[in-house]
Design a binder for this molecule. Structure first.
Ligand code: FES
Length: 127
């Protein structure tokens, strides 16, 4: 484990639930133990705040932590452009067997965006 991953694992950012989240999304598979819940506070389609709860290995904790930092302050559209590769690059690379850990954040964001859009369709006051 490199120093940057170690630092984020030992001192993760934004790994908590969010009581006032606008929307939640999930990634991974709770059946096999790798799973995240991503919470977003959104205003005018901009992510004001992001946090997550993680069940997974130290790499899942580090990559999810980084992902919440990377998407905060971005529009939903821009945040959805952030890939697992960018998260891995930020952390100076991940071992091949840990690449999937970095994919749960983007997957949960896609799920959250879907939930957000569906809620807007069904709740016109959110638009
Ligand atoms: Fe499966 Fe990291 S979450 S090995």
């Amino acid at each position: 484990m490199n120093e940057k991953v170690k630092a984020y694992f030992k001192n993760p950012r934004n790994l908590e639930s969010m009581a006032d989240a606008t929307v939640k999304g999930t990634g991974g598979d709770p059946g096999c133990g790798d799973y995240i819940e991503l919470y977003l506070k959104i205003e005018h389609d901009v992510i004001l705040k992001a946090s997550a709860m993680v069940a997974g290995c130290p790499y899942a904790i580090a990559t999810t932590s980084v992902f919440t930092e990377m998407i905060a302050g971005k529009s939903l559209d821009d945040a959805m452009m952030i890939s697992g590769d960018e998260v891995a690059d930020f952390l100076d690379g991940l071992p091949e067997t840990k690449i999937h850990c970095s994919l749960m954040g983007p997957e949960a964001l896609r799920n959250a965006a879907h939930n957000y859009i569906m809620a807007r369709i069904c709740t016109p006051s959110m638009a």
